[in-house]
Design a protein. Sequence first.
Length: 77
Amino acid sequence: MSPPAAREVSAADLTRLRSVLAEDPTLDDDLTEWHSEWSGGADRLLGPARITAAGDTPNRITWFTQVAVYLALHRDG
């Protein structure tokens, strides 16, 4: 699947961005941390995750494992 085509940034896009940043002023810091070397090493904090379920193994097992771990740690959503 290829990434979406680039488009011009509109005034509405900038308004939405300002709104999001006003609600979460540390969003850029959160994204930097998310993409840092540490965030890729969550197994150092929690240990390796092992997920078992009935049925075939999905193609995106790493993604599904990350979602399962997230949901287990954030029970209220």
